[in-house]
Each structure stands twice: as structure tokens, then as C-alpha cells.
Design a protein around this ligand. Structure first.
Ligand SMILES: Cc1cc2nc3c(=O)[nH]c(=O)nc-3n(C[C@H](O)[C@H](O)[C@H](O)COP(=O)(O)O)c2cc1C
Length: 313
């Protein structure tokens, strides 16, 4: 089974991808890293700071799939061309982001509100673009029953892989991923399908593989930030050791400090990782608050040193 790292804005940036690959990547089964979304600029002038995330030299040695968040199919097709000039082949389209600021503009999961517009968008993309284009989608806006009509549209296009996150837009990340709705939709999909949502353990990965052997992949987001060795464990490898986690966290912190030019900016990014990772350490919950309050590099480093005195779960 292919395992994919989900795109996560604020977490799975170029620095994380390099550091994750260094510490937990497998040479024989490289992780495919989906990059967090980029929005094509309406004036078609690329923003260097955003494009730096996809710079080939910053992504060397990793398999990266750029993701686009757009509502105008022609603009998305143009951006796919720009991204391909950097050497990428597959590009992913985001119809899943539930954030209010995104969906208010009719982007992300907001695209699912109007199936005719979704159809027109995909038509504009696929008439202009060749080569692999994949899609990441939620199963509707209000209720899972909406998915049949959406899937009818997806089935008309040569989507190279459809990643389904079986939640509806209005759920945000609440409740459970709807496995029953996913199971019902799977036989109707004419393209390879990847499952995404709420997978946090090797056992859960294996159970999904057993239940849906026809899947082309399983994508994991929060579970991989909480346990960066998750995919290795699923392939019968060792859990993350304390030394590995220390090296991983230090590399991330130093990578962010260098990239942002200030430890305090790196601290804020590291807190997003620790929000998930701290639960790997036994009895570390009381350290969550001081970690949240840390602003300066030295404050952060003091709390992290304390976390690393705890046993691993
Ligand atoms: C902080 C955060 C940022 C995210 N950013 C993106 C994104 O840029 N593109 C995207 O398609 N999904 C994004 N997602 C959704 C994840 O890719 C994934 O679909 C979701 O977390 C469910 O999978 P999981 O249960 O394995 O985490 C984000 C989720 C979170 C929590």
C-alpha cells in the first residue's frame, strides 16, 4: 500500500518534508508528500515567497506533489503549467479545505456547493492540461448524500487519483470521518482512490488496507505529525526512539529559525507540531501550557528539554 503525507498548511512545509524524510523516510518505499495549497495569483505574477516552498533545491530527494486551491479553471491550468516548469508532474486540486475564509471565496470545499461550477472548473483544467492531475475532496457541504452527484462529475475526467476525506464541509474536523459513506462510494469511483481521515496507528492503517484492498493509497495528516514514524511502524519498522525525535525536533527548530530569521518565529511554527507530538511523551500534558506560553527561543528550549526527560509512550 502507498502511504502519503497529507498537505497541512503550517505543518508540512518544505522544511518539515526534508526533516521528516531525513529521520523517518524509507529508501525502498519513499513517502509521497503532498505540499500545502498554493493559490494561483489572479494577475499571473508568481509570488517568490510562496513559490520558495516548491523550489527544486529546497525539495531535493523528496517526492512532492504540489497542491492548488483555485476557483477559476483557466487560472488553475496556467498555474499547473508553471508548477510543471519546476519539474513536478502530478499536481493536486483542493476541493476539501473547509476554512471559512477559503470557502467564502468559493474555493476548497466551497467548490462543492455548486456542482455545475465544479464541472466547468474541471472541464477548463482538463481541456488545457495534460499529465497527471489528482483531486482531494470532501464528500459534500452539508450531508454525505451529496457525494453521488459530485462523484458523477469526477468520473467524467481523467483524474489520476481521487483522495477522499469522508467529512462534509460544515463538519470542519469535528466528529468522525464517515467510513460507511466512503465504503458506499468506493465501488462507484472510476479512478484510483486514496483514503484520508482519522488514521493514527499502524493497526488502523492495516485495518483499512484489509477492508479496502483496492485502494491506491492511504493519506495521513495529523497522525503523522503526532507520530512521525507511523509509516515505518506500519511496515514493521521500529517506533521512533527518543534520539530520533530529539534530532527531528532540533532539525525542525533550527530549519525554521534559519528560514524565518528569528527563533521566535520558529517557536510559533514548532508549537503547531508539538500540539500533536507532545502526546508521545508520558505525563507531558502539564507542559502543554508553558509550551503554549513560550515566545522566545530560550523559553521554548527550556520546556522542550523538560518534555524530553519524559518516557515515550
Ligand atoms: C492544520 C491543518 C492544515 C491543513 N492544510 C491542508 C492543505 O493545505 N490542503 C489540504 O488539502 N488539506 C489540508 N488539511 C487537511 C488534511 O490534509 C487532512 O485532509 C485532514 O487533516 C484529515 O486527515 P487526518 O485525519 O489524517 O489528519 C489541513 C488540516 C489541518 C488540521
Amino acid at each position: 500500500m502507498n502511504y502519503y503525507a497529507a498537505p497541512m498548511e503550517g505543518l508540512t512545509d518544505r522544511i518539515w518534508r526534508q526533516v521528516h524524510q531525513k529521520w523517518f523516510g524509507a529508501a525502498d518505499a519513499p513517502t509521497r508528500y503532498y505540499a500545502p495549497f498554493l493559490s494561483p495569483p489572479e494577475n499571473r505574477v508568481l509570488i517568490p515567497k510562496k513559490m520558495a516552498e516548491l523550489a527544486p533545491e529546497a525539495n531535493a530527494g523528496t517526492v512532492v506533489i504540489p497542491q492548488l486551491l483555485a476557483r477559476d479553471g483557466e487560472l488553475a491550468a496556467w498555474m499547473i503549467g508553471e508548477v510543471r516548469k519546476l519539474g513536478y508532474t502530478e499536481v493536486n486540486l483542493n476541493f476539501g479545505c473547509p476554512s471559512g475564509t477559503v470557502t467564502a471565496k468559493g474555493k476548497g470545499a466551497g467548490m462543492l456547493r455548486d456542482p455545475a461550477r465544479l464541472d466547468a472548473f474541471l472541464d477548463a483544467v482538463f481541456s488545457a492540461v495534460e499529465g497527471p492531475v489528482s483531486v482531494k475532496t470532501r464528500i459534500g457541504v452539508q450531508k454525505p448524500e451529496e457525494f453521488a452527484a459530485l462523484l458523477d462529475i469526477y468520473n467524467h475526467y481523467p483524474i489520476c487519483e481521487l483522495t477522499i476525506h469522508p467529512r462534509v464541509m460544515k463538519q470542519l474536523y469535528r466528529g468522525q470521518a464517515d467510513r460507511a459513506a466512503f465504503a458506499a462510494a468506493l465501488p462507484e469511483c472510476r479512478m484510483p482512490v486514496c483514503y484520508n481521515g482519522d488514521v493514527t496507528t499502524p493497526e488502523a492503517l492495516h485495518a483499512l488496507e484489509a477492508e479496502f484492498p483496492q485502494l491506491s493509497g492511504i493519506m495521513v495528516g495529523r497522525g503523522l505529525i503526532a507520530d512521525p514514524a507511523l509509516f515505518r511502524r506500519a511496515r514493521d519498522g521500529a517506533p521512533a526512539s527518543r534520539e530520533e525525535l530529539r534530532g527531528y525536533c532540533d532539525d525542525l527548530y533550527h530549519g525554521y529559525t534559519e528560514a524565518f530569521g528569528a527563533a521566535s518565529c520558529a517557536v510559533s511554527r514548532m508549537k503547531a507540531h508539538w500540539f500533536y507530538l507532545i502526546h508521545r511523551f508520558e505525563g507531558a500534558d502539564p507542559l502543554e501550557k508553558p509550551l503554549r506560553k513560550a515566545r522566545e527561543g530560550w523559553e521554548y528550549e527550556t520546556v522542550v528539554n523538560q518534555i524530553f526527560t519524559r518516557q515515550l509512550n
